[in-house]
Design a protein around this ligand. Structure first.
Ligand SMILES: *Cc1c(COP(=O)(O)O)cnc(C)c1O
Length: 409
């Protein structure tokens, strides 16, 4: 049961640890990945080698785009996309406050201004009616127009890209997809990565596929692709190693990382199917717990499972206490996501306050991210479910759990 006297510490991170019976996440690394890394190391060609081009080509083919450009993180991918779109000081970029902080920080990197728009409580993605109202409001009242929309496929569920693309067209805005959480999600035959002018992916170990650290830019636009290749590699654009035409960066991804990514993208269907199955096990095992909303429904198109986040329906329940109690049961959980506009950096710079984006704030106060990774088995799911039941003071129907166990194993 909830114990209200305890100090709450939320221990975080995505590393192997003996503190937990079930970890928040784990990468899905097979023998192929290990072999591939060894092959790069013995080849002596550790960066800008053959694995880079192979990883990019196969990633582009999977996401259904013309170009994929590998970089050293999802954050670098977002940074380069905005830079190649010439988003600069004072430019307004419309985006969501319910996301991982990098999707807004990349706007600050350009000294541009994030214009937050609240989300839809059911999809947790940016609310398109509010986006349209915001664009109209800015056009009426400000001398400048917004320059771009940066949409996020939060928790792996696609934003409404058809409508975003119509808005971008109508109001002449650049459109950026942050698909870092959505590899493999698809709608009407198009996969995450193929929406907007360009998309960013990240390969941190808790993402669907990992390279240790890493990221990817996908685009059909030749100019964006060429500029990103130049900027990730110190502003080099010709064949000469010491000729620099642009102010560039070192955002390169080593061949060691690319080899892991290549092995991962070659078995992405298997990786995603395992995650789908874990989500299904959770959905069925947790279905009878009252007063929580599971992440199963509703969907626009299909989703790619990144995390398993449920919401407490009763806003007076102390969510942080629930997290602390789960951690006492040795279940590693998290509070995805604290609103970006309420982060100290954003409060100080822009004066945001509680109440500015009420839907985001309500979701953020009620969210519980459970352990989620493809190699979870039924017993892990059941351990998490038992801890939840114990925290909520619920006694499950033993016969129902037994028969599910027989079905799912
Ligand atoms: C993970 C993530 C990023 C950043 O990726 P890194 O590789 O960690 O830099 C950006 N946006 C979203 C929504 C993410 O989930």
């Amino acid at each position: 049961m909830l114990n209200h006297d305890k100090n709450i510490t939320i221990r975080q991170g995505h590393f192997k640890s003996n503190s937990w019976d079930v970890q928040l996440s784990q990468p899905d690394i097979g023998p192929g990945e290990i072999e591939a890394v060894t092959a790069v190391l013995t080849s002596g060609w550790l960066s800008l080698g053959p694995r880079l081009g192979d990883f990019e080509r196969e990633f582009a083919a999977y996401t259904g785009v013309k170009h994929a450009i590998a970089v050293n993180s999802g954050t670098s991918a977002l940074d380069l996309i905005l830079k190649t779109m010439d988003i600069g000081p004072g430019d307004m970029v419309i985006t969501t406050p319910f996301s991982f902080i990098a999707s807004a920080n990349c706007i600050l990197f350009q000294d541009a201004i994030p214009v937050f728009v609240d989300v839809d409580s059911k999809t947790q993605n940016i609310d398109l009616d509010l986006v349209e109202a915001k664009i109209k409001e800015i056009r009426r009242n400000e001398p400048d127009q917004p320059k771009a929309i940066l949409g996020v496929d939060v928790f792996g569920r696609l934003a409404d890209w058809e409508r975003l693309e119509m808005l971008a067209e109508e109001y002449d805005l650049k459109l950026i997809e942050d698909g870092c959480e959505a590899l493999g999600a698809q709608n009407n035959g198009r996969r995450a990565g193929a929406f907007g002018d360009a998309c960013a992916f990240g390969f941190y170990p808790n993402k669907q596929i990992t390279t240790g650290e890493g990221g990817m830019i996908t685009t059909d636009d030749d100019r964006i692709a060429e500029r990103c290749r130049c900027l990730r590699n110190q502003g080099r654009s010709g064949s000469s190693w010491l000729a620099h035409s642009d102010l560039g960066y070192n955002y390169r991804l080593s061949d060691i990382n690319c080899a892991i990514g290549l092995a991962q993208i070659r078995r992405v269907n298997e990786i995603l199917m395992k995650r789908d199955y874990v989500a299904e096990m959770y959905g069925r095992r947790l279905a009878d717990i009252p007063d929580i909303t599971l992440p199963g429904e509703p969907d626009t198109g299909s989703r790619s499972w990144f995390v398993y986040v449920l919401f407490l329906d009763d806003p007076s329940l102390e969510r942080d206490q629930v997290l602390a109690e789960l951690m006492d049961h040795r279940i590693q959980v998290s509070n995805y996501f604290p609103p970006i506009h309420l982060q100290p950096l954003y409060r100080q710079r822009f004066g945001f306050r509680e109440g500015d984006f009420p839907v985001t704030e309500s979701l953020a106060r009620r969210s519980v991210a459970l352990p989620f990774y493809g190699n979870m088995g039924w017993s892990d799911v059941n351990t998490v479910a038992q801890a939840l039941e114990s925290v909520f003071g619920i006694v499950p129907e033993p016969q129902a759990v037994l028969s599910l166990a027989g079905e799912m194993k």
